[in-house]
Design a protein around this ligand. Structure first.
Ligand code: ADP
Ligand code: MG
Length: 276
């Protein structure tokens, strides 16, 4: 089992990328679980075709009587889908959903029962605090991948996430694999994302084009892998899946050799505006 946390700013395309990646992995014959870790709870919608009840909702409704089938739902290609959910707006900590979901999945022995080859955590990375940092510590994820475009706020969030991974990395937690560039076609996008990659010491794993097919598939509550498998963009997601496997190959074979952090020129502090 290999676990990858996919982080990025809200709205940047994490869920779109993660669910297409999950669908592509499923097409390659892997057993995949996708865990949505965003209070929006829409990570797996295009895999299942609808919103699924979240772990927090089920805990609120059923208390200690929550069963595995109340929180794990099968989507396209057999992908096992979970949504952590979030608190009632205005009450409680947003990260609590993730902490509760992780605890509940453990308590129900979800990984032992389903035995996924790959677990993808789709995590909101605007604030890497408390629950949102959970997937990168405590041995939850083996690798962290950041989704960004060339937009300033997406790059800012990406740098903060890389900083958090670096901080936890020193204690032997998840390793930073690199960046997925989800294009927004902003000015100098390639150069801006390349600079981020250099500053943070991660490679650009793949570049995903902005494509109208994504919205067309979304209107059908599907991934492009399902709705338009022959499209250019579906090909890009399949190549992304291959590239991600390349990054994580040693881990998948059970050899513990995730890439060490290797921050570029001047280290990461250099890359965060205002810290040097
Ligand atoms: P996040 O999970 O990061 O909040 P989403 O995956 O929900 O973001 O994406 C936000 C919006 O951007 C969605 O409407 C989605 O259709 C669109 N989107 C994401 N990636 C692409 C892409 N490569 N091409 C076109 N639209 C995209
Ligand atoms: Mg999302």
């Amino acid at each position: 089992m290999y676990k990858i946390a996919i982080y990025g700013k809200g709205g940047i395309g994490k869920s779109t990328t993660t669910s297409n990646l999950a669908a592509a992995f499923a097409g390659m014959g892997y057993r995949v679980m996708q865990v949505g870790c965003d209070p929006k709870a829409d990570s797996t919608m295009n895999l299942v075709g609808r919103r699924i009840p979240t772990v927090l909702e089920q805990i609120r409704e059923k208390g200690t009587g929550v069963a595995l089938e109340d929180v794990v739902f099968r989507g396209f290609g057999g992908v096992l889908c979970v949504e952590s959910g979030g608190p009632t707006p205005g009450v409680g900590c947003a990260g609590l959903g993730i902490i509760s979901a992780f605890k509940k999945l453990e308590e129900l022995h979800a990984f032992d029962i389903y035995q996924p080859d790959l677990v993808l955590y789709d995590v909101l990375g605007d604030v890497v605090c408390g629950g949102f940092a959970m997937p990168i510590r405590g041995g939850y994820a083996d690798h962290v991948i950041i989704v960004t475009s060339g937009e300033a706020m997406a790059l800012f969030a990406a740098r903060n996430i890389a900083l958090a991974v670096e901080g936890f990395g020193k204690r032997g937690y998840a390793n930073y694999a690199g960046i997925i560039q989800n294009c927004r076609n902003v000015k100098d996008e390639d150069a801006l994302v390349a600079r981020l990659a250099e500053d943070t010491g991660g490679e650009i794993i793949a570049k995903i084009s902005r494509s109208g097919a994504v919205q067309m598939a979304e209107d059908l509550s599907q991934t492009v892998i399902q709705a338009f498998p022959e499209s250019e963009i579906a090909g890009e997601y399949r190549r992304l899946a291959g590239a991600v496997l390349g990054c994580c190959a040693a881990g998948l074979r059970g050899e513990v050799a995730p890439m060490p952090l290797h921050f570029g020129k001047g280290g990461l502090a250099h890359a965060i505006p205002g810290t040097v």
